[in-house]
Design a protein around this ligand. Structure first.
Ligand SMILES: NC(=O)c1ccc[n+]([C@@H]2O[C@H](COP(=O)([O-])OP(=O)(O)OC[C@H]3O[C@@H](n4cnc5c(N)ncnc54)[C@H](OP(=O)(O)O)[C@@H]3O)[C@@H](O)[C@H]2O)c1
Length: 323
């Protein structure tokens, strides 16, 4: 795509990354009202990256809203703001009628997310950590498994980027975690703690987190019911941040719209695995999703489309350094 005639380049004093991120936040916020209006919209980027409505023929149109399809990018190929907006735009297009669930793992070259002791700090670099914070900021809810809380006690906030904190959701089917973790003490965001139904009391809390029971048993919750519960609470964009057991459960149930795998040049040898699914005897039955590739510092992010009709790599998939 080439830059429209007369399209203004970013002002020289503005940080393109900050501008791009502001445009992404605005695009996510505007999706629902635009979908409700059921009319196309055209937007230029303000000096700080804010989306300003303009006529469709305006020379500075940077983003278009297309009813039933979502956002389309009209920035030129050489525009430094383009790669970052491009990465997040499919997530910004989500609405209540077209919800999105994204899984992410940061793994070694040999497919591990931590050592056998659970040491995972850090498999991927700073730029991928920033990406995680951006994904949280775009999401209504971020889900992690009990193993991740036990190993990392993450805060799951957006402290490294501007943007709102999501609802934090911990899946602990067997109710093994105690209330001693910082995640259950921190009040910077709301936390929901989900365990097997028979282990949840009525109107109960673990620290500041609300306890709710979900169908399933102590070896695993029914992840489709987890999504139902979050959708009922108005969550449209859901981010499954790890670990491998949890992302694999959503993938196996075919509940992920996108799978993001950040690969670090690291060889762990043996440890906590990334994706693990039931064995497939025939390679032809294994999924080969379409993908885009983004460079993030020293890591490479595969952003896979699991709902694409054509399960084949995009020819000449774009490689874009975003940070
Ligand atoms: N690189 C990344 O992208 C990334 C992201 C998140 C986490 N991590 C790392 O991945 C590891 C966690 O991932 P995972 O796949 O093992 O698990 P997970 O998906 O986070 O959690 C799933 C299961 O962990 C089990 N579990 C293991 N130890 C536990 C404990 N001490 N207390 C409570 N439950 C526990 C529970 O199953 P049972 O009750 O059946 O044992 C739970 O259902 C950690 O080392 C974390 O640091 C890496």
């Amino acid at each position: 795509m080439s830059q429209s005639a007369g399209q203004a380049p970013p002002p020289p004093h503005a940080d393109p990354q900050a501008q791009a991120w502001q445009a992404v936040l605005d695009a996510a916020r505007l999706a629902e009202p635009l979908a409700a209006a059921a009319a196309p919209g055209a937007f230029a980027l303000g000096p700080q990256g804010t989306l300003d409505a303009v006529p469709a023929q305006h020379p500075d149109v940077a983003l278009l809203w297309i009813p039933e399809r979502g956002w389309a990018l009209r920035l030129g190929d050489g525009d430094p703001r383009r790669p970052l907006i491009e990465l997040y735009l499919p997530i910004c297009s989500a609405t209540r009628a077209h919800r999105v669930t994204v899984g992410h793992l940061g793994q070694s070259l040999d497919g591990f997310i931590a050592t056998h002791t659970g040491d995972s700090q850090f498999v991927t670099g700073h730029e991928n950590i920033l990406h995680l914070h951006r994904m949280r900021a775009l999401s209504d809810a971020v889900i992690v498994g009990a193993g991740t809380v036990a190993a990392d006690d993450p805060r799951l906030t957006t402290r490294h980027v501007p943007g709102p904190n999501p609802l934090r959701v911990v899946l602990d089917p067997g109710r093994r975690l105690t209330d001693t973790y910082g995640l259950f003490r921190d009040t910077s965001a709301r936390t929901l703690y989900l365990c097997a139904k028979h282990l949840a009391g009525h109107d109960e809390r673990i620290g500041t987190a609300l306890v709710e029971g979900v169908e399933g048993d102590e070896s695993g919750l029914d992840v489709a019911r987890v999504l139902d519960l979050l959708w009922d609470r108005g969550c449209t964009r859901i981010f499954v941040e790890g670990g491998g057991v949890t992302v694999s459960a959503f993938l196996e149930a075919d509940l992920l719209d996108r799978l993001q795998v950040a690969i670090a040049s690291l060889i762990i040898g043996s440890g906590r695995p990334a994706i693990r699914l039931p064995a497939q005897p025939v390679l032809g039955d294994c999924r080969r999703p379409r993908y885009r590739v983004f460079r993030m510092g020293g890591d490479v992010l595969f952003d896979c489309e699991l709902r694409a009709s054509a399960e084949a790599p995009l020819a000449g998939a774009p490689v874009a350094r975003i940070i």
